[in-house]
Design a protein around this ligand. Structure first.
Ligand code: ADP
Ligand code: MG
Length: 729
């Protein structure tokens, strides 16, 4: 077995950076060349068709079958000119990845010859037999067909020789089976609710867009070493491995110069991303060795979510060419930083205003404060739902697990805004405001600097931080889709904005002036949301204690956290808010429970297998060598002398033997717990059993394996060690 490890290392040492062929010239020369965007539509469609589809994209209006036919014809022409032979509806089932089923453009014509066709019907809707996707029981196999429907707001693109059409995925009975359908609903709800509120300030606003700029962290591991680690291959994380003596203590990887081999990988995947219209902008080495980050310029949320899914896919494919494996898992290595996905989120209007950026005058600033406070309220009221949206089995090793960020949702505003909000509470009294009071307030508000981006003020330990012109949600897992947290956040904010409008209108109806009504409601919200505001060190134990006093939950368990989806508050936001039907919500959370169970189950199986079939035999082999050695001493030295000489070896033999016994005992106990859990019918109860009774064994067993790694002869250790995984490239 050790042979595999050493051969892998030899392969790595012989690697050279791959030469990449990127056309010379500017990025803008090839940006979006594989996307059927508006400018291409203008070339390939008649004026009338172009205007109709443009309207549908920008305003969400529907298009006729006739227009769809014409768009399909233009799309086909464009694609075939680019060497495309197939098309697929590209969708986001409730797994961790995207789905595609390719069909060739070919049909027989009347005279039996083969022709390339593509109709509006095929563009708009497909009925894939999708019975194997998770549906949480919505679709039984006898009604296996779901259908995919074109999402006009996200442009079609080409990967290889396939035209990919972004679609939603719905069951035959109309329930959403994907992430995109509910995401689009939240975006529409948020748009409507936010426009209503904007009109207090500006009658010209008729559209509000949610923007998302994600930052994607990842690890790169050499392919040969990866394949020598069955745990990485099957679970995306190392289930064992003693910490490397040096890893990230010296902070010498963060922002350091990028190695040639990694750089050539980055250049190539970025090139592929550019061709698909993904505006990747930032690349750098992250804190942990072999950890990196990539971030694009922010985009409209639906498109940004698609682009994130797409880039994870591109990175995997390009990594393969470069003999790397990309690890998107949130915690692939114990003891060093894991990976997250920061979701930078803001709201923009059709009039070009960022609603989370201070305005140019008191009115603009009051609008800014209105949105800021409503987001604060949304997070306050729905913090458990927001946590649930990012709590997955893999992310649980980060949030509240083996890494600093706790599972407490709080909001950081920075000292300037905090004082501003406290000032409003102080200055706005319950009664009618005097003109002087009003002027004073507005003057204060008018002084908010346009640029609040103060780097020294940034708190990196907050899970939900205001960073000058946006909120940054940092608890999202690196491997998940950005959609679930965006659904939870946008739906919560939409709900709060609707309530805000009702609250303000009530006061206006009572004769309170608009500005004053807004101030009074904001004051109430600022007071009500106080518990969720935290400016200090989010990683400290003091905060965990303080949060408890404030009544903020710190739920580290995935099944426990998922329960929040069924709380009355969450049901109000998601069901009454028009995002899910009760059945859809139940099914969706059921899928999450199932994913959790299966992932723990797989990890437990892999660890059991590796422990018994790889580690224990290796340890026995080494123990036998020591035993032989002790026996051999007896043939050379007299009893007293050989006893003295064998002392340390005997100690080691005992140690190894103890670890082996404990590993065997723990593995058999774990298998027993699994058996018990497997017969539980109720999904939620089963998930709890896996969480409480099975999952803890992973660390307990690992402990003994990691001790053995320190003892057993390096020459026979079967699995690449942390130092090799993290430092060879
Ligand atoms: P960091 O947080 O590491 O300093 P950057 O400042 O580079 O990162 O920004 C991270 C992400 O935030 C990028 O995707 C960027 O486009 C995005 N971003 C910047 N401004 C906004 C905004 N107003 N709304 C949403 N995302 C934004
Ligand atoms: Mg950031």
């Amino acid at each position: 077995m050790a042979e595999l490890r050493f051969n892998a290392l030899k392969e790595v040492f012989a690697r050279k950076p791959l030469e990449v062929n990127i056309p010379e010239g500017k990025i803008s020369d090839y940006f979006g060349i594989n996307v059927f965007c508006l400018s291409k539509m203008e070339c390939y469609l008649s004026k009338e068709t172009y205007l109709a589809i443009r309207e549908a994209i920008l305003k969400g209006t529907s298009i006729s079958r006739d227009i769809a036919d014409k768009v399909a014809a233009g799309m086909k022409l464009w694609a075939i000119e680019k060497g495309v032979t197939h098309y697929t509806h590209w969708f986001h089932p409730l797994t961790d990845s995207t789905a595609e089923k390719h069909d060739a453009f070919i049909e027989f014509n009347e005279s039996g010859g083969l022709v390339e066709t593509f109709s509006g019907e095929l563009l708009v809707q497909q009925e894939p037999d999708a019975s194997s996707f998770p549906s949480g029981g919505i679709r039984n196999t006898f009604e296996a067909r779901g259908y995919t429907a074109w999402d006009v707001s996200s442009p079609a693109f080409i990967v290889g020789t396939t035209l990919c059409i972004p679609t939603v995925f719905v069951s035959y009975t109309g329930e959403a089976l994907d992430y995109k359908a509910p995401l689009l609903k939240t975006l529409a709800e948020l748009d409507t609710a936010a426009v209503e509120v904007c009109r207090y300030f500006d009658k010209n606003v008729d559209k509000v867009i949610s923007n998302l700029g994600w930052e994607q962290e990842y690890f790169l591991i050499d392919e040969a070493l990866y394949y020598a680690r069955p745990d990485l291959v099957l679970t995306d994380r190392t289930l064992m491995g003693h910490q490397s003596s040096k890893d990230q203590q010296l902070a010498d990887h963060y922002f350091s110069s990028i190695s040639e081999r990694v750089m050539s990988f980055m250049i190539e995947f970025e090139y592929e991303a550019y061709k698909l219209g993904i505006p990747v902008k930032t690349r750098h080495n992250e804190v942990a060795p072999n950890q990196f980050e990539c971030a694009p310029i922010y985009e409209e949320t639906n498109l940004a979510v698609d682009h994130n899914q797409l880039i994870m896919d591109i990175m995997k494919r390009v990594a393969k060419k470069h003999k790397f494996k990309i690890l998107l898992h949130e915690k692939p290595f114990a003891g060093i930083n894991g990976s997250g996905k920061h979701n930078n989120w803001s709201l923009g209007t059709n009039t070009g205003v960022n609603l989370l950026s201070p305005g140019k005058n008191p009115k603009g600033n009051l609008q800014f404060l209105t949105f800021l406070v409503n987001v604060l309220m949304a997070v306050h009221d729905n913090r458990d739902l927001i946590r649930a949206s990012v709590m997955t089995e893999t992310n649980s090793y980060r949030l509240g697990g083996n890494e600093a960020p706790p599972a407490i949702i709080s909001v950081f505003l920075g000292s300037y805004l905090s004082e501003m909000l406290d000032g409003i509470v102080e200055k706005v009294t319950g009664g009618k405001m005097t003109p002087t009071e009003k002027t004073e307030l507005k003057l204060g508000i008018g002084k908010i600097p346009e640029i609040l981006l103060d780097n020294t003020d940034r708190n990196r330990t907050s899970p939900f931080a205001f960073t000058g012109n946006r909120f940054e949600f940092r608890a999202v897992g690196s491997s998940s889709s950005c959609a679930p947290p965006m659904i939870a956040l946008n739906a919560s904010v939409a709900d709060r904005l609707r309530k805000f409008k009702i609250d303000v209108d009530k006061l206006i109806d009572k004769g309170v002036k608009k500005d004053e009504a807004i101030f009074q409601i904001l004051k109430r919200y600022i007071i009500e949301s106080e518990a969720v505001r935290f400016e200090g060190d989010g990683y400290s134990t003091e905060w965990e204690n303080e949060a408890e006093k404030r009544g903020l939950s710190n739920i580290k368990s995935v099944p426990e956290s998922l329960k929040a989806y069924f709380s009355p508050e969450a049901r109000h936001v998601l069901i009454d808010g028009g995002i899910f039907s009760p059945k859809e919500l139940e099914a969706r959370v059921g899928v999450e429970y199932e994913k959790f169970i299966k992932k723990v189950q797989i990890e437990a199986r892999v660890l059991g297998d590796l422990a018994i079939n790889h580690i224990v035999p290796t340890a026995i082999q080494y123990m036998t060598t020591l035993l032989d050695n002790v026996n051999a001493l007896k043939s050379v030295f007299n009893e007293i002398e050989s006893e003295r000489l064998a002392g340390a070896r005997k100690e080691t033999i005992k140690n190894i033997s103890d670890h082996i016994s404990l590993i065997k005992k723990l593995v058999s106990e774990m298998v027993n717990e699994r058996k018990k859990a497997n017969v539980i019918d109720d999904l939620c109860d089963k998930a709890f059993a896996y969480d409480r009774e099975v999952k803890p064994f992973l660390d307990k067993i690992r402990y003994h394996i990691d001790r053995l790694e320190l003892t057993v002869d390096n020459e026979i250790w079967p699995l690449p060690k942390y130092r090799e995984l993290l430092f060879s490239r």
